[in-house]
Design a protein around this ligand. Structure first.
Ligand code: 1AL
Ligand code: ZN
Ligand code: ZN
Length: 410
């Protein structure tokens, strides 16, 4: 099958290699059949918001990457107002930009309002590259405060109610007010908006479907954790499951599967956003204070397949969601399909082979024990992974040389 392309990964280097890093992150990716990742501009320090900070990323990645790595740049208020910084970043080769409509939890990555987003899109239109948006806007409601009192911070429901679907809906409502200008002949033609990690399968999804049917240039991803888990099964205190937007109930999850299978959700990504054990607060189990982010990069393929086959997911759909569509989003013309002239990015795997993800299983991530998938029985074993024809992973072992290359847009 074509290798997987994971367009939403936080590798955290430079600056926070204790959280992940290029070496462990890309070893884990290749062990999971992922042949390309696109790295997010935040959680590394400094954040990737200028051509100078992109250069630091490239230096940090040198000789350390086992798969090909592209980079998203960050859109923040400072560079939204200063288009020469933004143009410098885009000219230096980021594949597109990423911004947050709520707090990111990272001090040098402040949130953007819809006004900043419009400014960013007008620059992106010229470069014909996408803007990826963490689409949640904080809403102030009394309801969650009452619930907070009941269960306390160790209760998953307490956390779930702090980030209701109305946060996603509010952000997406503002975004689709702007994406109408991306239509053919519109003032923002050439720009594209991609909603990252959609969790709400009701009103938010309806807004996206409507915008698509009008011809707006908009797409959406969801992540395996929203498709594999549900709020009902998350044990109190188990902060490995904490992420934003949150994992919602089983009814929502089944609707999300429906949207994936019907093609309303364009692609999947991991949103691998690890941290150090100290910040996950597993002993206290405080959902309100723990770092939000799921550790998952190595498990994209087996998790999607294990839970997907029960819902009728075909291998063709799997490949579209994890290779073809992500390549289109990131503008990777030579990747995403096995075809004459394309890069030979290939995963050899056995869908029917089951395995237990326990302490004996070789996980190459920096903090395997922080992954909510540990302890699960999965099916789909990766045997070999090739990146541009180079065998990088075979039967539990990596090639000696890290032969991945950075991908820069021209
Ligand atoms: N600072 C983060 O990496 N946040 C991430 N955290 C999650 N998803 O819980 C994200 O992608 O929003
Ligand atoms: Zn996010
Ligand atoms: Zn993320």
């Amino acid at each position: 099958m074509p290798g997987l392309i994971d367009v939403h990964v936080h590798l955290d280097e430079p600056g926070r290699t204790a959280w992940e890093g290029f070496d462990t992150g890309t070893r884990a990716a290749s062990a999971g059949g992922v042949t390309t990742v696109v790295d997010m501009p935040l959680n590394n320090h400094p954040t990737t918001v200028s051509k100078e900070t992109l250069k630091l990323k490239l230096e940090a990645a040198e000789n350390k990457i086992y798969v090909d790595v592209g980079f998203w740049g960050g859109l923040i208020p400072e560079n939204a107002h200063n288009t020469s910084i933004l143009e410098g970043l885009l000219s230096a080769g980021v594949l597109g930009l990423k911004s947050f409509m709520c707090s990111s939890g990272i001090s040098d990555f402040p949130l953007t309002t819809i006004h900043h987003i419009k400014e960013g899109l007008s620059v992106l239109a010229k470069y014909r590259r996408p803007l990826l948006v963490h689409s949640e806007i904080q809403q102030h409601s009394k309801k969650h405060l009452e619930l907070n009192d009941k269960g306390g911070p160790r209760a998953y429901l307490t956390y779930l109610h702090t980030r209701p679907p109305s946060w996603e809906e509010a952000a997406i409502k503002e975004l689709v007010g702007v994406t109408k200008d991306t239509r053919k002949g519109g003032p923002l033609e050439g720009a594209h908006v991609h909603i990252v990690h959609l969790s709400d399968s009701s009103a938010s999804l309806d807004l996206i479907k409507e915008a698509k049917s009008r011809g707006d240039s908009i797409s959406v991803e969801t992540c395996p954790h929203y498709l594999a888990f549900s709020s009902e099964e998350i044990p109190n205190g188990d902060t490995r499951f904490k992420c934003s937007p949150p994992i919602r109930d089983a009814y929502n999850r089944e609707k999300l599967w429906g949207a994936v299978l019907e093609g309303h959700i364009d692609l999947l990504s991991s949103d691998h956003s690890p941290t150090v054990p100290q910040l996950k607060l597993l002993e206290e189990g405080d959902f309100l204070k723990a770092w939000g982010g799921v550790t998952s990069l190595q498990f994209d393929l087996p998790v999607t397949w294990s839970y997907g086959k029960k819902h009728g997911l075909t291998l063709e759909q799997l490949s579209l969601l994890w290779s073809k569509k992500p390549a289109t989003l990131a503008g990777l013309e030579s990747k995403g399909a096995i075809a004459v002239g394309n890069h030979a990015d290939i995963v050899v795997w056995k869908p029917e082979v089951e395995f237990d993800l326990n302490e004996d299983y070789p996980v190459f991530l920096k903090h395997p024990s922080l992954s909510a998938y540990m302890g699960r029985r999965l099916s789909g074993k990766v045997l070999e992974t090739f990146v541009r024809g180079n065998l990088v992973f075979k039967k539990g072992k990596h090639a000696h040389a890290a032969c991945g290359v950075p991908i820069l847009a021209k």
